[in-house]
Write a protein that binds this ligand. Structure first.
Ligand code: FES
Ligand code: FE2
Length: 389
C-alpha cells in the first residue's frame, strides 16, 4: 500500500463530530473572542463627527480629534442615549445630544454637564468606558478587552510580514450577515474553493483541481494548509469522470505544487513572500485572520464579529511593490481585483456563510482544516484566560 492509499483509508481525527463541545471556548465565542484588536473601519471614515459601530456585541462610537482616533462605549450613562448621536462642543470631548453631558475622549470621564452649570456636582463621578485604539493598514483598530486588562501591542497580532515591510494595498470592508466563525471557517475551508468558486469570473480561465490530499502544518501563531497532491480529474465509480478542466481554461501546471498560489503554479515568487517560507498557501490565525499567499501578492481576510449573527468582512490585498510598480498594483486592483475577487468571488462565500446552519454537522476528510483551526483557537484562548488569572 502506498502512502497515498494509506492516507485515503485512515480516518482523520476530528471528523464525524456532531457538535462543538470539543471546543468549549470556541463554542462560547458566538459574538467573538474578547482580548484582541479588531479593524473597525477605514481611518478616513473616522472624523470629527462621531459614528456608531459594533464589535463583539459592544456598541462603540469612533471620533477623531486633533488627528487622533478615539473609541468610547456608545451609551450615555445618564439616560442611555447613543453618544454617536452627539457632537463636539469643546476640544478633546464629546457631548451627548440629549442634555449635554460632556465626556473626555481620552479617559471617558464626565468633564462638564452643560445643562447643570459649571459647578455640576456629578462631574468627575461618572465615566464612559473607553477602548484602546490604533491605526494600521489604513484602518482604525479597537482592542476589545476581556476584563479591563491593558492590550497587547497590536503588532504582535498583525501578520508578521505587514509589521515593518513597505507595501501597497487595496481592500473592502463589507458588513455581512452570518456568524463570524462561519466566515472564518469558510475562508480556511479546504474543500469548497475548487467546487463553489469554479463558476466565478475570477477563475474563468484557470482550472481548479477536483480534489487534493492536504496536510496541516503549524508554524508559530498560524496553521497552514499544505497541498500534498492535486488531482485534476477523478473517476467516480459507477458515476463517471468529473473534472473542472475546460478547453478555455489554462492547463494545470505540470510542475510539482509550489505551495504558493492555490493551483501550485510554479511562477517566480516575490522575494518578500518567498522570504516568509510559508509551508502552504492558506493559513489562519487568531482571532480570525486568513492569509492566502499568491506568487505576487497576499490576500488577507479579517472576520470581525459584530454580534452573534453578523460580522464585518475585511478583505485586503497587499503587494510588496515600491516606486512605479505601485501604480501597476493600483491599476490592477481597481481595474478588476476589487470587482472580481473581493466582489463576485467573495460574494459566493458570503452567500454560503449566510446559509450555513451548524452545529449539528457531519464533517468529512477535508474538514481537518476546520477542526485544526478550532483546535488552535481553543488552545490559544485557553492560554490567554490562564494568563489573566
Ligand atoms: S441622556 Fe445623555 S445627557 Fe441625558
Ligand atoms: Fe471561498
Amino acid at each position: 500500500m502506498t502512502n497515498t492509499d494509506e492516507r485515503r483509508r485512515t480516518p482523520r481525527a476530528g471528523t464525524g463530530r456532531q457538535d462543538w463541545s470539543t471546543w468549549p471556548h470556541y463554542d462560547a465565542a458566538a459574538s467573538g473572542f474578547r482580548g484582541y484588536w479588531y479593524p473597525v473601519t477605514w481611518s478616513s471614515h473616522v472624523t470629527g463627527t462621531p459614528r456608531a459601530h459594533q464589535i463583539c456585541g459592544d456598541k462603540i462610537t469612533l471620533i477623531r480629534d486633533g488627528g487622533r482616533a478615539y473609541a468610547l462605549h456608545d451609551r450615555c450613562p445618564h439616560r442611555g442615549i447613543p453618544l454617536s448621536m452627539g457632537n463636539q462642543q469643546f476640544p478633546g470631548t464629546l457631548s451627548c445630544v440629549y442634555h449635554g453631558w460632556t465626556f473626555g475622549l481620552d479617559d471617558g470621564e464626565l468633564k462638564a454637564v452643560i445643562t447643570d452649570g459649571p459647578d455640576s456636582r456629578i462631574c468627575g463621578k461618572v465615566r464612559v468606558r473607553t477602548y484602546p485604539v490604533e491605526e494600521r493598514l489604513g484602518m482604525v483598530w479597537v482592542y476589545v478587552p476581556l476584563a479591563g486588562e491593558p492590550p497587547h501591542p497590536i503588532d504582535e497580532q498583525l501578520p508578521e510580514e505587514l509589521v515593518s515591510t513597505p507595501f501597497v494595498m487595496g481592500g473592502r470592508i463589507d458588513p455581512r450577515p452570518g456568524n463570524w466563525r462561519f466566515a472564518c471557517e469558510n475562508g480556511y475551508d479546504e474543500g469548497h474553493a475548487k467546487y463553489l468558486h469554479r463558476t466565478s469570473l475570477w477563475r474563468l480561465f484557470k482550472a481548479m483541481p477536483t480534489w487534493n490530499l492536504t496536510r496541516i502544518e503549524r508554524k508559530g501563531r498560524w496553521v497552514f494548509r499544505v497541498q500534498e497532491e492535486q488531482f485534476w480529474s477523478a473517476d467516480f465509480p459507477g458515476l463517471g469522470t468529473w473534472s473542472n478542466q475546460r478547453w478555455w481554461k489554462l492547463r494545470p501546471p505540470k510542475a510539482k505544487a509550489s505551495n504558493i498560489g492555490n493551483t501550485g503554479a510554479a511562477k517566480k515568487i516575490d522575494p518578500v513572500i518567498a522570504a516568509q517560507e510559508f509551508p502552504g498557501f492558506a493559513s489562519v490565525s487568531m482571532p480570525g485572520v486568513l492569509r492566502i499567499a499568491y506568487p505576487k501578492f497576499i490576500h488577507y481576510e479579517f472576520y470581525v464579529p459584530v454580534d452573534d449573527k453578523s460580522h464585518r468582512y475585511v478583505g485586503v490585498m497587499v503587494n510588496f511593490a515600491e516606486g512605479l510598480a505601485t501604480l501597476r498594483f493600483y491599476a490592477k486592483y481597481l481595474g478588476f481585483v476589487r470587482w472580481l475577487f473581493h466582489g463576485q468571488f467573495s460574494g459566493q462565500d458570503a452567500a454560503m456563510v449566510e446559509a450555513t446552519d451548524a452545529p449539528p454537522e457531519r464533517l468529512y476528510r477535508p474538514d481537518v482544516s476546520l477542526t485544526t483551526w478550532r483546535a488552535l483557537a481553543e488552545e490559544e484562548y485557553g492560554t490567554k484566560l490562564e494568563a489573566l488569572k
